[in-house]
Ligand binder design. Structure first.
Ligand code: ZN
Ligand code: ZN
Length: 362
């Protein structure tokens, strides 16, 4: 990972954003910029240098992991050490303006920090600067994402081995999560969703004690974290024979997902990708059952920008990694969703998820 280049790209924005320095507090952003994977730290990027602050617990880890920044280990409370350092090192007639990650700091944290700072140092909200940089993945990141996606896809093979009438949702999730860990996953990207029967109509139905019955659709939405990067995939399987209307709806969702994938390429607006799939579902009379957005960016975090949703103006760029995940939900009856991860290219996209989307009954 080329941390100095990432820091430089951010540093280049300091002047135009009218900040003397940026204070990065959101841990995935810190990891992205300097490689630190621990749970306490701040990265300060000034016009000339980068300084990483952590506490004594991370003394060794910080020195080993952090690249492109000087490491300072605080012997007192981290925010106090940071405020003192800024007070003595950042000086300018007319005052200093520090950009902070407004969307990741609570009002109380911001106030506490402001109170510690010397007069003349002001905190201002800098929204999404690092997140915007993170939208486009570099070669190293794409390699990590591919590895995560391939490991994640293997869990679906495990799921279809064990899916049968009489098994509980939570057992299916447990088998998948155990297989993930044995294969080397650091963690799941999010609590595994195994939602069967009427619960499949809940777009975020986490696995419960419910027993899966014959004739039910089962939405399996899952992902792993490997090398810090997330995978995210959904397949919907029928246990036993599918009701005829549901079988038809499955093909509708599959066509919609294909239409959105076909719409992905550099230069297209995120909203157009959403519309491409939604149009297919509207034509099939299923438009009003597609109740969520089409997808999201994925990387160090499971939900990143860009958002792939109606009227989103963000223009796709080569190297963005997004999900395409349309679904239809009939409350009280059943639900279907299909989700792949794709990487945006100049003339189209590459589907990373290797799993078949053919209708599958087990
Ligand atoms: Zn998902
Ligand atoms: Zn997703």
């Amino acid at each position: 990972m080329n941390f100095p280049v990432r820091q430089k790209e951010l540093r280049d924005q300091l002047a135009s954003a009218r900040f003397d320095a940026l204070l990065i507090s959101h841990l995935p952003n810190i990891r992205y910029l300097c490689g630190f994977t621990g749970s306490a730290g701040f990265l300060l990027i000034t016009e000339r240098r980068s300084i990483f602050f952590s506490d004594v617990r991370y003394d060794r880890q910080a020195h080993e992991e952090v690249k492109g920044a000087k490491v300072i280990i605080a012997r007192k409370a981290l925010v106090i050490a940071l405020a003192e350092w800024m007070g003595s090192h950042l000086k300018r007639p007319g005052g200093i303006s520090i950009g902070v990650e407004g969307e990741h700091l609570t009002i109380a944290e911001k106030k506490h920090f402001s109170d510690l700072l010397p007069a003349g140092v002001r905190l201002k909200s800098a929204l999404g600067l690092v997140e915007r940089e993170r939208m486009v993945k570099d070669v190293d990141e794409l390699a990590s994402i591919r590895a995560a996606v391939n490991l994640g896809a293997k869990l679906f093979d495990k799921a279809i081995q064990v899916l049968r009438p009489g098994i509980r949702e939570i057992e299916v999730a447990a088998e998948m999560e155990y297989a993930a860990r044995v294969a080397g996953a650091e963690a799941m990207s999010f609590p595994t969703i195994i939602a069967s029967g009427a619960r499949a109509a809940l777009p975020h139905g986490r696995a419960t004690e419910k027993t899966i019955a014959c004739g039910e659709f089962v939405v399996c939405d899952f992902g792993v974290i490997l090398g810090g990067y997330c995978s995210d995939q959904t397949r919907t399987v029928c246990v036993g024979p599918a009701p005829r209307d549901a079988r038809k709806a499955y093909e509708g969702v599959r066509e919609a997902q294909q239409a959105s994938i076909a719409a992905v390429r550099a230069g297209v607006r995120a909203g157009d990708v959403d519309e491409a799939g939604r149009k297919v579902l509207r034509k099939a009379g299923l438009g009003r059952y597609f109740t969520h957005s089409t997808g999201h960016g994925v990387g160090l975090e499971i939900h990143e920008i860009p958002k792939i949703a109606a009227r989103q103006q963000e223009v796709l760029r080569p190297g963005m990694v997004i999900t395409i995940e349309p679904g239809v939900y009939f409350p009280g009856e059943w639900g279907i969703r299909i989700e792949d991860m794709v990487v945006v290219g100049d003339n189209g996209c590459e589907v990373l998820t290797p799993t078949s989307k053919e209708f599958l009954a087990v």
